[in-house]
Design a protein around this ligand. Structure first.
Ligand code: ZN
Length: 405
């Protein structure tokens, strides 16, 4: 019997622009660790950011080693305010015996080779102080201004519309550990630097389609925790062998790899959702979980025009309750390469090849080089055994057709 599954030809959107590399570290040993931050190739800025990240990581490791599965989650925002000035904010969340949430901001001027503070960016700090208090009252009617002891301008981001100020428990002397953010419209401020608005030129491409036969022995490669600078190499290897994979991307990084994501689709791969900031999902409220999903969907749509249908839970952990909060299909795996753990080509190959059967889903990671090194051999060996590579959606569809026979 011959039946075919066709991937629909879809019009997708691409935008292009040069971006920093996003470095990702994910660990699931004694602790759950997810760290994402940009690397700009500007030494002073990269040193400051990586020093802060390493200090945070080392302190976390030291402080919580007696606990089971404490979680460290570091995400970022990145914005080129104009041709010279870059603003990077790191958001650190620690979930352990207590919850800690803090923001650290770096604003760097490439031209003067100096880190900028708010004084260098906004002209009248008294006026800004007034705007902040006004915004605080508008947003939090119950806010007591006496609590606003000493406004700290160290933590902020800037987008096309707003200067966003983050106030932590220290500034507000509040009981909770929540970070409060306040949007101050840029047009209400006298700025000392020019802020360029985002721009992007759009154009369109077609996705290629693939035939799968009913009796094919199929296998799906999946890559988590990207995109990264390694993803492009993986795409080239897949293309060389006419293979494909499904990439479960971290939404927070997508904007920096829009061309890589477009290439994924162009080459017949699939993109899935791996949350926005790689938190341990079981700790999240319904709203927080939905936000993790929705923000990634939006990022992928913005970068490619494609809407993911699949979701891979971070650390492979989820509850049925979480599952009921989204229409996306949850996808785990039955073959684990443990590439991030064994860090060795032969071990990775050995974790995969003997365990693959018809319909297997293989877990790999595209945020480090280990998977790249092993991939060529993995593909060759599986093709020698007669396997055909399909995307996860194609695999699920063929399984459904087979079950209904
Ligand atoms: Zn992951």
């Amino acid at each position: 019997m011959k039946k075919s599954i066709l991937l629909l030809v879809t019009i997708i959107l691409i935008t292009g622009c040069s971006k920093p590399e996003i470095k990702t570290t994910i660990e699931n040993n004694d602790a759950l660790v997810s760290i994402n931050y940009p690397v700009t190739n500007i030494n002073a800025l990269d040193d400051a950011v990586s020093t802060y990240v390493n200090q945070t990581y080392n302190n976390f490791k030291k402080s919580y080693k007696h606990l089971t599965k404490p979680e460290l989650n570091i995400t970022y925002t990145y914005k080129e305010l104009n041709d010279d000035v870059i603003n990077i904010s790191l958001n650190t969340e620690i979930n352990a015996d207590k919850n800690i949430n803090k923001i650290k901001t770096f604003t760097y001027d490439k031209k003067t080779k100096k880190f900028l503070s708010m004084e260098d960016i906004v002209d009248d700090l008294d006026a800004l102080d007034y705007d902040i208090k006004k915004a605080l009252l508008e947003k939090y009617q119950e806010a007591d201004m006496d609590f606003l002891s000493n406004v700290n301008y160290d933590y902020f981001t800037i987008d096309d519309e707003n200067l966003t100020i983050y106030l932590g428990p220290a500034e507000l002397k509040s009981q909770g550990n929540e970070i409060i953010y306040l949007d101050i419209p840029l047009n209400s401020l006298k700025m000392l630097i020019d802020i360029d608005k985002s721009n992007g030129s759009d154009n369109y491409i077609n996705i290629k389609k693939r035939d799968i036969n009913y009796d094919d022995h199929i296998v799906a490669l999946t890559f988590d925790d990207g995109p990264s600078k390694y993803t492009d190499k993986i795409l080239n290897i897949l293309k060389k062998y006419d293979a494909c994979a499904t990439f479960f991307v971290i939404g927070n990084k997508v904007d920096f790899y829009d061309e890589t994501l477009t290439k994924m689709l162009k080459n017949g791969n699939e993109i899935g959702n791996h949350s926005y900031s790689h938190k341990w999902l079981n700790r999240l409220s319904k709203e927080e979980f939905e936000e993790e999903i929705t923000k990634t969907q939006t990022e992928v749509q913005k970068a490619t025009g494609f809407t993911p249908k699949l979701f891979r839970p971070t650390y492979g952990g989820y509850t049925n309750k979480l599952k009921s909060y989204t229409d996306l299909t949850f996808v785990l795996w039955d073959v684990d390469s443990s590439d991030w753990k064994v860090k060795n080509k032969d071990k990775i190959i050995n974790n995969i090849i003997p365990n693959v059967k018809d319909g297997s889903i293989i877990l790999m990671h595209d945020n480090h080089e280990y998977a790249v090194n092993a991939l060529e051999d993995v593909i060759k060996k599986l093709q020698e055994k007669g396997y055909k590579f399909v995307t996860v959606s194609e695999l699920l569809e063929l399984k459904k057709i087979r079950e209904n026979e």
